[in-house]
Ligand binder design. Structure first.
Ligand SMILES: Nc1ncnc2c1ncn2[C@@H]1O[C@H](COP(=O)(O)OP(=O)(O)O)[C@@H](O)[C@H]1O
Ligand SMILES: Nc1ccn([C@@H]2O[C@H](COP(=O)(O)OP(=O)(O)O)[C@@H](O)[C@H]2O)c(=O)n1
Length: 487
C-alpha cells in the first residue's frame, strides 16, 4: 500500500540523483510540457488524493465526472460504494441500508475499508474521494487506517434550497432522495460537515467553490486547481531520488495550492540546480493562468540574478524558439516590480546577437525603445556582442541619458581613445560620473598607456571620486602617486 512513509516514497531516498538521472528527468519534464500532454502519472509516487465535499445535491458527483474526463482521476464515491455493498447482499448490507434511509452516517470503519479496497484495486494514483469525509470521525478513520491525508479538498458550497431542488429532480431511484430523508441529511450535514471544513481550511488544503451556476461554469472554477496538479506530479519525476527536508516540508505544508506548484518546482529544481527548468515551468504555469501565491516574480528573477545570467531567454534561443524567448522577455520586461537594472543584466547576458536584434525589434514595435533603461540595456547588449556601431547609433539618438548610459558607452569603448572622448562629452553634458565611470576610465587609461591625471580632471568632485575608486580597487599606491605627480 502506498503510504507516505519515508522509506517507501521515492522522494525520501537520501541519495542525490545521478547526473544521468537528472538529465533524463529534465528531458522528461521538458517534453511533457512542450507537448500538451495530459497529466503524467509517474510510477512509484504516493497517490494524489482529493476529497470532494459538499451537501447532498451540491453537484459533487457531477463535477467529479468532469474532473475524471479532463484529468484522468479515478472517481471513488463513498455513497456509491455503500450502495454497491447493499446491492451485493453483504453482511453489512442491511445495516448500511437502514442508515442511509435515515440519512445518517455509516460507521467510519466500514466506509474507509470500502474506500481502501477500491483504491488498492486501481492502477491509477490519482483519486477523487467523493462524499468523504462527512464527519471528523470519517476523517480520523481515514488517516488512521489508510495512513495518509488528502492533497486537496474541494468543497462545493451550495444553498440548501438549491440542494433540495436538485436532489428531488435527480431521479436515480435512490431510497434517500425524498423530502423527509433530505431534511435529515441536511441537518446531519450541517452538524458534522463544518468541523471537517474548518480542519482543512486551517491546513490550507481547502478549495471552497460556489456551486451555484451551470455545470460548466462551476467546472471552470475547478479546472485551475487540477491544471496546477500537472506540475505537482512533474515535481516528483524531476526530483526522483532527490531528498531534502525542505521538499518534505513544502509538500506537507503547501500541497494543493496553485502557488505551491511553483514553489515546489522552484525548490525541487533548485535542489538539483535545474534553474532553467524551474523557470520554464513557472512561465508555463503563468500561461495557464496559475498565479503563484507566495513566490513573486522578482524573487524568481533574483534566483536568476544569483545564477548570474538570464538563462531562460538563452535556453529558448538556443532551442531555436525565438518566439518563446521573446515572449519570456516580454513577461520580464512588463513587470513593473522589476528594476530595469535587471533588464540590463538580462539583455547583456543574452547569448546570441540574433536574439538581441529580435528583442530590439520587439522593443521598437512596442514603442519602448527610448525608455531610458531599455535603451541602456540595448547599448550594453550590442556592446557585448561587439556591435559598437549599433550601440553608438542608439546612444546618439537617445532623447535622454543618465549616468548608466554614459557608463555603458564608455565601458564599451574602454580599449580605445573614444572612451575618453565620451567621458569628455559626459562632463560637458553636466552628467556626474560615478565609480563605474572611473573604473572604465582607469581601464581605458591602462589600455592606452595613459595616466588619469593627464585627463585634466578639473573638478574637485571628480578628484575625490577618483581617489575613492583607486582605494576601492586596491590601488592606493597609484592614488598616492597621482596625487604627488598631479598636485
Ligand atoms: N450546477 C448544476 N446546476 C443544476 N443542476 C445540477 C448542477 N450540478 C448537478 N446538478 C444536478 O443535480 C443533481 C445532484 O447532483 P450530484 O452531482 O448527483 O450531487 P451530489 O453528488 O453532490 O449529491 C443531479 O441530478 C445533477 O444532474
Ligand atoms: N462518507 C459517507 C458518505 C455517504 N454516506 C451515506 O450515503 C448517503 C448518500 O451519500 P452520497 O454521497 O451518495 O449522496 P449525497 O448525500 O451527497 O447526495 C448519505 O446520506 C449517508 O447516509 C455515509 O454514511 N458516509
Amino acid at each position: 500500500m502506498w503510504r507516505r512513509a519515508a522509506s517507501l516514497s521515492p522522494l525520501a531516498s537520501r541519495s542525490k540523483p545521478s547526473k544521468l538521472c537528472q538529465e533524463a528527468c529534465t528531458f522528461k519534464v521538458w517534453e511533457s510540457f512542450s507537448s500538451e500532454s495530459e497529466i503524467p502519472t509517474p510510477s512509484k509516487v504516493a497517490p494524489y488524493i482529493t476529497f470532494v465535499l459538499g451537501g447532498p445535491g451540491s453537484g459533487k458527483g457531477t463535477q467529479c465526472a468532469k474532473i475524471v474526463e479532463a484529468f484522468g482521476f479515478t472517481h471513488v464515491s463513498a455513497g456509491d460504494l455503500l450502495r454497491r455493498e447493499i446491492a451485493s447482499n453483504s453482511a453489512y448490507g442491511s445495516v448500511i441500508l437502514g442508515t442511509i434511509r435515515e440519512g445518517k452516517i455509516v460507521p467510519s470503519q466500514v466506509t474507509v475499508q470500502l474506500i481502501q479496497k477500491e483504491m488498492e484495486s486501481s492502477d491509477n494514483d490519482k483519486f477523487l474521494i467523493d462524499g468523504f469525509p462527512r464527519s471528523e470521525q470519517n476523517r480520523e478513520a481515514f488517516e488512521r487506517i489508510i495512513g495518509t491525508e488528502p492533497n486537496v479538498v474541494l468543497f462545493f458550497d451550495c444553498p440548501e434550497q438549491e440542494m433540495v431542488k436538485r436532489v428531488l429532480n435527480r431521479n436515480q431511484g435512490r431510497v434517500d432522495d425524498n423530502i423527509e430523508t433530505i431534511k435529515k441529511r441536511l441537518e446531519i450535514f450541517d452538524e458534522l460537515n463544518w468541523p471537517v471544513i474548518n480542519h482543512y481550511s486551517k491546513t490550507g488544503k481547502l478549495h471552497k467553490i460556489n456551486a451555484v451556476g451551470t455545470v460548466d461554469d462551476i467546472f471552470e472554477k475547478v479546472r485551475p486547481i487540477f491544471a496546477a496538479l500537472r506540475y505537482i506530479l512533474l515535481f516528483p519525476i524531476s526530483c526522483f531520488q532527490c531528498s531534502s527536508s525542505s521538499i518534505f516540508n513544502v509538500l506537507d505544508n503547501l500541497e494543493g495550492r496553485a502557488g505551491f506548484c511553483m514553489e515546489c518546482a522552484y525548490l525541487g529544481y533548485a535542489e538539483l540546480g535545474l534553474y532553467e527548468d524551474a523557470m520554464a515551468l513557472y512561465f508555463q504555469m503563468e500561461e495557464e493562468g496559475i498565479e503563484p501565491d507566495r513566490f513573486t516574480f522578482p524573487q524568481v528573477l533574483k534566483a536568476f540574478g544569483e545564477l548570474g545570467s538570464f538563462r531562460l531567454v538563452g535556453m529558448y534561443a538556443k532551442r531555436g524558439n525565438i518566439v518563446k524567448a521573446r515572449k519570456v522577455f516580454y513577461k520580464v520586461a512588463n513587470r513593473d516590480k522589476i528594476s530595469w537594472y535587471t533588464t540590463l543584466t538580462i539583455l547583456a547576458a543574452v547569448p546570441s546577437l540574433e536574439l538581441v536584434v529580435q528583442i530590439h525589434r520587439w522593443v521598437v514595435r512596442h514603442g519602448v525603445e527610448w525608455n531610458l533603461s531599455v535603451a541602456n540595456a540595448l547599448i550594453a547588449a550590442y556592446s557585448k556582442h561587439h556591435e559598437l556601431n549599433r550601440a553608438r547609433r542608439l546612444f546618439s539618438h537617445m532623447p535622454e541619458r543618465d549616468v548608466v548610459t554614459w557608463d555603458t558607452i564608455i565601458s564599451a569603448h574602454s580599449k580605445s581613445r573614444e572612451a575618453l572622448l565620451y567621458f569628455d562629452q559626459m562632463e560637458k553634458d553636466g552628467a556626474l560620473p560615478d565609480n563605474t565611470t572611473f573604473v572604465s576610465i582607469l581601464s581605458a587609461c591602462a589600455n592606452l598607456g595613459l595616466r588619469v591625471f593627464d585627463l585634466e580632471l578639473d573638478n574637485e568632485y571628480n578628484f575625490e571620486l577618483l581617489m575613492k575608486v583607486y582605494g576601492n580597487v586596491g590601488r592606493l599606491e597609484d592614488a598616492e602617486r597621482e596625487i604627488d605627480d598631479g598636485g
